[in-house]
Design a protein around this ligand. Sequence first.
Ligand code: NAP
Length: 374
Amino acid sequence: MAKIPVAILGATGAVGQRLVSILFNHPWFEPVALCASERSAGKPYGQATRWILPDPMPVRAAAMRVRGCAPFPDPAIVFSALDAEAAMDIEEDWAKRGRLVVSNARCHRMRDDVPLVVPELNADHLRLALRQPYPDGGAIVTNPNCSTIGLVLALKPLDDAFGLESVNVVTLQAASGAGYPGVPFMDLIDNALPYIHGEEEKLEAEPLKILGRLSADGSRVENASFGVSAACHRVAVTDGHLEAVSVAFKRPADKSAIMRAWLDAPVDTDGLDLPSAPKHPVVYADGLDRPQPRFDKAAGNGMSATMGRLRPCPILGWKFELLSHNTIRGAAGGTVLLAELCVAKGLVRGFSPAGIAERAPCGEPRREPEPALA
Ligand code: NAP
């Protein structure tokens, strides 16, 4: 096998379909199983799935028979796009079988020994995975909530440069963030919903873990201490979460210094050659009415967060808009990049980027692996 065998849990859902679309054309990973609930198990994926993406379902995926989510031997990495309730036990079952689980679900994110990682920002937090109680290299690593990811891509360079004091964020979140079929048509058309269950709590808690520091012994994250207030809304947009953000800094900032922080700051993925890493995790859209979901969600193949309308805030100091793709950067693409980082950091037993290159039929030049985290 030239590539790393992977399984997709929740492959029939909104995020699972994005994973299928990305992973059937990935240079490192080979999907060997598509898994979902007992409702879908046993059917060909092409029949079990109501495909909602604009690009066609991969032909090989359509013919694969959907499996249930109980562990089996083949995959080395398991991508989870499961409903949170189902994910709780199923993800642990896979970790107990020595597999690396890379999860989109919320259920394990805030555990002390579970890394909550945006690869460009806090790759060092992956060390937490070494503390988990699973045998044979089994581990759970997690991707943040879809609105959190865009927000922290904006905030981390600002925190490093000026020190964050407080953050106020108001989101306008796309319908696909609620999965498929999601919010009823009659609730969403000609309307906006000023409540998304559990979302404000996630947006107020997750950035503090991601921007926190790993303790000296690598056993836990000491959370960042700035305040976050979030108000979340569901709007009639297909993909792309828009966020209006105001920030107060500890040290003085001006517009050009903020722009430099966003566009020039080094990131943890620099030099790793990860296939899904965007060239620029943060981009800036000029124009009084940008960013917009329609025009900016595809920036960096859906992996870049787009900032815009940076301007003074009369109350907190500075404010801006940001837009990120919720099912690509905010979910499937984010977990694929995270899995690539885990391979590069030696968290997947028996596999390294150099090993993949060595065995890949295209015979790319061999690269030295990163030192293992252990
Ligand atoms: P979704 O469209 O509702 O898909 C849920 C998937 O989970 C389906 O494949 C479903 O299979 C499977 N499933 C449900 N109950 C199951 C069970 N008891 N056992 C096994 N499989 C089960 O949801 P989604 O929007 O893709 O979200 C998936 C996960 O990603 C959730 O945890 C969500 O919070 C998170 N997330 C979503 C987004 C987003 O933008 N949508 C962003 C970030 C994170 P069947 O088709 O067989 O029912």
